[in-house]
Design a protein around this ligand. Structure first.
Ligand code: ZN
Length: 122
């Protein structure tokens, strides 16, 4: 089965749905992000800003998002399942928190040997 948005191969247990479309995690997350007409620029500015404001970005996070960030930082790489288990989260709640971390350039998903791990951005 292939992702209906980017045509990449979908793996069992790693299929997300946007209404009736079956998509990969990447497309699912992208779809969940707020769209902005000049997004690439906004993104670029944010990356420049990142260096100086990482600390204040951390203050933007909710308590739980900060804990997830710290957990990923400590483990270096961790599966969404492990995070969900550690914090007793439903996958959907975790996904929403993770989207914030990703949006702020703090963490990202990384595929290794067919498994998606969450890692720090750097
Ligand atoms: Zn896709």
């Amino acid at each position: 089965m292939k992702c209906e948005r980017c045509d990449s191969e979908l793996e069992e247990g790693n299929i997300f749905k946007i209404r009736w479309e079956k998509v990969c995690e990447e497309c699912y997350i992208d779809n969940s992000l707020p769209k902005h007409p000049c997004d690439p620029i906004a993104q670029m500015n944010m990356e420049n800003m990142m260096e100086v404001t990482k600390k204040s970005l951390m203050e933007e996070l909710s308590e739980r998002q900060r804990k997830i960030y710290e957990f990923v930082k400590e483990k270096r790489r961790v599966t969404p399942m492990e995070i969900a288990k550690e914090f007793s989260l439903r996958e959907l709640d975790l996904m929403q928190d993770f989207i914030v971390l990703r949006r702020l350039g703090l963490a990202k998903g990384k595929k290794e040997g067919g498994t998606v791990y969450y890692v720090l951005w750097d």
